[in-house]
Structures are given as structure tokens and as C-alpha cells.
Design a protein around this ligand. Structure first.
Ligand code: TA6
Length: 297
């Protein structure tokens, strides 16, 4: 159940309310003049963002599951402290431990430009059973005409640790067959569909098959041109030299129980990542921030 602190923070807020319609699964609802949004305390998971006068920018599956231990299928899952499979221990949860447990609400700040939530996850015996380190990690979500997410890791222990991860952003599209992704021309990528292959991007990306690519050594902004909705969305990144482009296409979509079979047509993931070699070793008291800004151009 939400702490007294959450209720105290919300009681003085003009734009944030709490929705507890799903028992033991609190949702923070933001109603700002520039946009509305929904953030689950579970996973510090932004899963809805609708700028004023626009269609939803963030995709959320109609079959998403809202219960402890399972990430919402959509929104911006916080993949941390590793991306995809753990590099050495396949028994550990894919995409790490942050997206499948409850965070605390630490701060709300509001202005005419945006509402900003800061959520907090600190190491505890359960997390240390999975990943034997002491940490504090905050997710700061700014909602206004843009959506900005900053994931900051602090090493609060006495041992160095290495972190990777991703802000695994699901973007709504009118129809996947009518989108074009630019900003990665000439960039090398790891094609993880089938046997892993190193390739180089030539021109823009179109989606006409399963796409699951880790673009490396790039901090370029990435643009999604949606010719159905008639809009262009920009995804910029900080603290990230790798970007992931993912669409499950037909067969993989069928294998995902929390995604309608046809829903591969409705979204594309453009992820600010710290993937593969783009990881950070933090000594005690060191910190790293991975961030992304999503805006309609
Ligand atoms: O970011 C792409 C990816 O790593 C894909 O390989 C696919 O597994 C996707 O993430 C979704 O992962 P999830 O564990 O949320 O089903």
C-alpha cells in the first residue's frame, strides 16, 4: 500500500493524483495543462503520455498485466542493471530487477512547463539476493509538451559494480508498415534476429519483418516518421552510446501472451540503452545517468 509519504506528497500536488482501482497496484495520474500521463509505482513505469491535442505517444498493450513481478507490456520499462539476458547468469530475470518490483515516490515538483516525479528504489535483501550490491537508483519522469526520463544509479556500497540497461520506450504508431526511422544511417549494429550478425545501417529503417537491433557507438537523435498519423517523433538520449530498435513482427507477437497478435502493427520500440559494451563500472560513491527525451517535432 502507498506510504504516508506518497499521500502527503499528493495532498499538496495540483497535478498528481493516485488511482488504486487495481488493488495493491497504485497508479500515479498526471493532469498537467500540457499533457496527461500515467505512472505505475511498479517499475517506476511511465505507460501513458498524451500531450495536449495529440494522440497517445506512448504505446501500452490492451493485454498488459498489472501485478507485482510482471512488467507492463508497453510504456517505458526501466531495464536495469542489465539489458536483456544477464551477461553471465541466464537464470536471472531478463532486463534486470528494476521493472518488476515496486518503487517509492520520493518527490513531486510542478511548474507551468511540466510535472516532475522522482521515484526511488534502494537495495534491500530481496534485490541483493538477485544482484549482490548496495545501490540507490532514481527515475525522474518529467511530463509536459515533452516526456523526459532520467535513470540515475548511485553505488552506495563498498564494492564496484557494472551496470547496463535501457529505457525501453514503446512508441505508438498508426501502422508499422508506414513508418520510417532516421538518424542511424552508417551506424554499425548487432542484428540479434536469428544468429547474431554485425551489420551497418544503410539509409533509413523500415519495418517489414522482425527487427531487434542494437546500434552501437552512437549518441545521435533518432526520428520516427509516422505517415499514418502524420507526425514525427524524436527520441534523444544521454548517458547512452547504444540504441535498440525493436518490433516483434508477426510470429514473436503471437508468442507474447500480453500482446494481441495483431498489435505488432501498433508500436515500435526506440530505446536509449547501455547495452553490450556500452556498460559502466561504478566505484563506491560513483553515479551514472541514462536518459531519454521524447518529443513531437
Ligand atoms: O529490447 C528488445 C528486447 O530485448 C527484445 O529482444 C525483446 O525480448 C524485448 O526486449 C522485450 O523483452 P520482454 O522481456 O519485455 O518481453
Amino acid at each position: 500500500m502507498p506510504s504516508e509519504k506518497i499521500h502527503a506528497l499528493i495532498s499538496t500536488s495540483k497535478t498528481v493524483s493516485i488511482n488504486e482501482d487495481t488493488p495493491n497496484y497504485p497508479i500515479l495520474e498526471i493532469n498537467h495543462p500540457h499533457a496527461t500521463a500515467k505512472v505505475a509505482l511498479h517499475g517506476a513505469h511511465l505507460y501513458e503520455w498524451v500531450p495536449n491535442g495529440e494522440q497517445a505517444v506512448i504505446y501500452n498493450s490492451p493485454d498488459s498485466v498489472y501485478k507485482e513481478g510482471k512488467a507492463i507490456r508497453g510504456g517505458v520499462p526501466i531495464c536495469w542493471p542489465w539489458f536483456n539476458a544477464h551477461p553471465t547468469d541466464s537464470s536471472l530475470p531478463g532486463h534486470g530487477l528494476a521493472r518488476n518490483r515496486f518503487w517509492e515516490l520520493d518527490e513531486i515538483s510542478e511548474s507551468s512547463e511540466a510535472t516532475v516525479l522522482t521515484l526511488l528504489l534502494s537495495s534491500n535483501p530481496k534485490t541483493q539476493n538477485i544482484w549482490p550490491y548496495e545501490f540507490k537508483v532514481t527515475t525522474t519522469i518529467s511530463i509536459g509538451k515533452e516526456a523526459d526520463i532520467q535513470l540515475k544509479t548511485y553505488n552506495t556500497g563498498t564494492k564496484p559494480f557494472t551496470i547496463g540497461g535501457a529505457l525501453h520506450t514503446y512508441l505508438s504508431v498508426g501502422d508499422i508498415s508506414a513508418v520510417k526511422i532516421s538518424g542511424l544511417d552508417g551506424i554499425d549494429y548487432i542484428d540479434t534476429v536469428g544468429s547474431e550478425t554485425l551489420r551497418t545501417q544503410s539509409g533509413n529503417i523500415i519495418i517489414d519483418q522482425e527487427v531487434d537491433r542494437i546500434y552501437t557507438n552512437t549518441s545521435h537523435d533518432i526520428a520516427l516518421e509516422d505517415n499514418t498519423l502524420g507526425r514525427e517523433i524524436s527520441v534523444s538520449r544521454n548517458g547512452s552510446q547504444s540504441a535498440v530498435i525493436w518490433n516483434p513482427w508477426i510470429e514473436k507477437a503471437k508468442s507474447l501472451g500480453d500482446l494481441p497478435n495483431s498489435a505488432y502493427r501498433d508500436f515500435l520500440c526506440i530505446e536509449a540503452a547501455n547495452a553490450r559494451g556500452d556498460v559502466y563500472e561504478l566505484a563506491p560513491n560513483e553515479e551514472h545517468t541514462l536518459g531519454t527525451t521524447i518529443k513531437i517535432l
